[in-house]
Design a protein around this ligand. Structure first.
Ligand code: URA
Length: 230
């Protein structure tokens, strides 16, 4: 019987917290019926076109364009943020503003570079007007795109940056302070939570905690790779 990556990780004693048992209402397992079956057969280019033409929620009325995601389609690392802001809406790429510069610096600190073994996407593909928080119905409408992206990219590790991405992916309202520092799972993919770079720009004192999260993420991936080659 072939074990999932998560099971292999647990079997080797490398899974510090089996979070699925701790958090109620965690996201649907990978074998659940997809929320948007019409996306199931799409490749990345077709999915990008579906996001471009999407009218699944009202955000298409106010956005300039859908912001699909950017990076290496075979990446081990998937970074998931909240939603495009004004710069991303204008340029069509996630994390290109000030927060994006800090995200790039965070990636560089662990030897990563945008586009090389890293893919960057958001929970929402359209900008909420006035940078308001995303609404639950917008998340419900948009999450199937991210789910399909994850199916196609098959990252080895997801880093959820910020409260919103973490809580959306883990279907929980647990505060970010209690989600970070632990290993979680999203549809069978290990997931680490850290602070959003925009928050870190406002609260630089928490950069040390974000650094710990990135080290945990890097160690997790190394552990997985060691387990896979054993
Ligand atoms: N904040 C996000 O969460 N995503 C972006 O793409 C830009 C800012």
């Amino acid at each position: 019987m072939s074990l999932s990556r998560a099971d292999r990780f647990k079997e080797l004693g490398l899974w510090p917290v089996w979070h699925r048992r701790e958090v109620s209402g965690i996201s649907a397992p990978a074998d659940a019926d997809p929320a948007a079956p019409e996306l199931a057969g799409l490749g990345l280019d077709e999915l990008r076109a579906a996001v471009r033409d999407c009218t699944r929620c009202d955000l298409y009325r106010t956005r300039k364009q859908g912001v699909f995601g950017v990076g290496d389609p075979n990446a081990d690392w998937l970074i998931v943020g909240e939603a495009p802001g004004a710069d991303e809406d204008r340029l069509g790429e996630p994390f290109v503003g000030q927060a994006g510069k800090l995200l790039d610096a965070m990636l560089a600190a662990i030897g990563l570079q945008r586009g090389r073994n890293v893919y960057i996407a958001n929970v929402l593909k359209s900008r909420p007007p006035g940078n308001r928080d995303p609404r639950p119905e917008e998340v419900a409408a948009c999450l199937p795109y991210l789910e399909r992206q994850i199916d196609l990219i098959r990252p080895k590790l997801i880093v959820a940056v910020g409260r919103f991405a973490a809580q959306s992916l883990l279907s929980t309202d647990t505060p970010i302070s209690r989600l970070r520092g632990k290993l979680h799972e999203y549809h069978g993919v290990p997931l680490i939570v850290t602070y959003h770079p925009a928050y870190l720009l406002r609260t630089p004192a928490d950069k040390a905690r974000a650094w710990e999260d990135l080290l945990l993420a890097a160690a997790t991936l190394r552990g997985l790779q060691t387990a896979a080659s054993a």
